[in-house]
Design a protein around this ligand. Structure first.
Ligand code: AMX
Length: 432
């Protein structure tokens, strides 16, 4: 059975569960909302539903019920490689089933056919100021392709909500297959003297991305690991939620993903990985190029906090322990680049930052998140243009959010429209 056939079965079987919950148990309370939550970014309010991943505050992310180590060990891998096919992970995230090698390879072939990027996208990228942020280029390239949307065409010609997910899936797969090509093109055009490298039809998504970036093995495995780790973090984070919100209006996947990518570009969200590197470079600069000691770092961490800034790469809205995505990348570093200077600095920050954040007493979570570690690996393999790191995050994040909006249409989730209240209403409720 093809991925889409498996997905059809799963979605159709799932619909009755959603319907029963809404029609028979719709009045049952899931939680309540406090004034602090209404003003404080809806933190902890349970009002979104997804089965693609779940974030436990203590344990971290599980994709379709599996931990990161389980995903990395159980999914099929290219011969001689340590990390799974991104295409097999897509199969797994969409259907909840671990694909066989043959099923993963079927998606590899399918993605190859979908991967050519229309020439007008490159023309648009080339027409943009070369110093535009790469996230601007990435988002613009995605929304520019909206004219290719099969969902939009279907909506105008023969919309049927029962089969809408199929067209959303088509758009989602079309986009995901093209994203590595677009990301690598932006990189080579912007930072490598405008020298794009063509893809190789014999390679999988991860292998091809490394090739188009012009970076040798094991960067192909880094790409697979990186995209999988950054894929999904349940649906309340800003990029996932934005994508879901926009798609809930029956906007297609091009509009929705481009919007989600714009949310990822914020310093409190995906841009934090770039901020980590900028912060460390700043430490180096202030020390005249010397590798900072733990004492130097302690001083700089306090200086950062005392100047009213956050420590990038630390803290989380939901997590309350070290992010397993941080741990997974740290394990990669310990195996492949234990002597890398930057890795040593990041490790030293890990030794001092949690105590400092605890002493300061504001952050609810003093532990590192995914962004504290990811820049080091990219830097090691020669990607020193750290404003590009969020684009890499964006390619990965697309896997999760595109899966979510496919299921949103499959289960017929409604247009989002939470209710707002006025400050005076809150004062009245609070009795002030
Ligand atoms: N450094 C300094 N202060 C921090 C902090 C950090 N790393 N993390 C949280 N705080 C502060 C908050 O700014 C807030 O201060 P305030 O009361 O003066 O506004 C207070 O601690 C309480 O915040 P919180 O409830 O612990 O966190 P939050 O849910 O409001 O925000 C996050 C979560 C990630 C935005 C925040 O921890 C942060 O700004 N971290 C640094 C940026 C970062 O690493 N972002 C990446 C997150 C992962 C991702 O999306 N890629």
């Amino acid at each position: 059975m093809s991925l889409k056939d498996v997905l059809r079965e799963k979605i159709e079987a799932h619909r009755s569960r959603t319907k029963t919950l809404v029609t028979k148990h719709g009045d049952v309370k899931v939680g309540e909302v406090t004034i602090a939550q209404a003003i404080g970014g809806a933190r902890g309010v349970r009002c979104l539903v997804t089965d693609v991943s779940y974030l436990d505050p203590e344990e971290g992310i599980r994709f379709r019920g599996k931990t990161i180590p389980e995903v990395m060990s159980e999914l099929p891998k290219p011969k001689g490689k340590d990390y799974p096919y991104v295409e097999g992970f897509w199969y797994f995230l969409q259907t909840g089933e671990i694909p066989t090698q043959a099923q993963a390879l079927e998606v590899v072939e399918d993605f190859k056919a979908r991967s050519p990027v229309p020439q007008y996208v490159f023309d648009i990228l080339r027409a943009m100021p070369r110093d535009s942020h790469p996230m601007v280029m990435f988002s613009a390239a995605i929304v520019a392709m909206q004219r290719e949307s099969k969902f939009a065409k279907f909506y105008h010609e023969a919309y049927d909500r029962r089969t809408a997910w199929e067209y959303m899936y088509e758009d989602a797969a079309d986009i995901l297959a093209k994203l590595p090509v677009i990301a690598a093109y932006i990189y080579r055009m912007k930072y490598q003297g405008d020298t794009p490298i063509a893809s190789d039809p014999d390679l999988d998504l991860g292998g091809n991305f490394a090739r188009m970036m012009g970076i040798d093995s094991p960067y192909d495995d880094v790409a697979r690991m990186y995209f999988i780790l950054h894929s999904d973090h349940e649906s309340g984070n800003a990029s996932a939620h934005t994508t879901h919100l926009v798609a809930s209006t029956l906007s297609d996947a091009y509009y929705a993903l481009s919007a989600g990518i714009n949310a990822l570009a914020g310093p409190l969200h995906g841009l934090a990985n770039e901020e980590v590197l900028r912060w460390i470079q700043d430490v180096y600069d202030k020390l005249g190029g010397k590798i900072p000691t733990k004492e130097d770092l302690t001083k700089f961490l306090w200086d950062t906090l005392n100047s009213g800034k956050v420590i990038p790469g630390y803290g989380h809205a939901v997590l309350r322990k070290t992010d397993p995505r941080y741990t997974s990348q740290r394990e990669y570093c310990l195996k492949h680049l234990p002597d890398d200077d930057l890795f040593k600095v990041v490790s030293s920050i890990y030794e001092v930052a949690p105590d400092i954040l605890r002493e300061q007493g504001k952050a609810k979570n003093p532990w590192p998140n995914v962004d504290a570690q990811s820049g080091v690996i990219q830097w090691h393999y020669g990607i020193k243009e750290y404003d590009f790191y969020t684009v890499l995050f964006g390619v990965g994040r697309a896997i999760g959010v595109l899966t979510n909006i496919t299921w949103d249409r499959g289960l017929g989730y409604a247009i989002e429209r939470p209710k707002s209240v006025t400050t005076a209403m809150l004062e009245e409720v609070a009795g002030v």
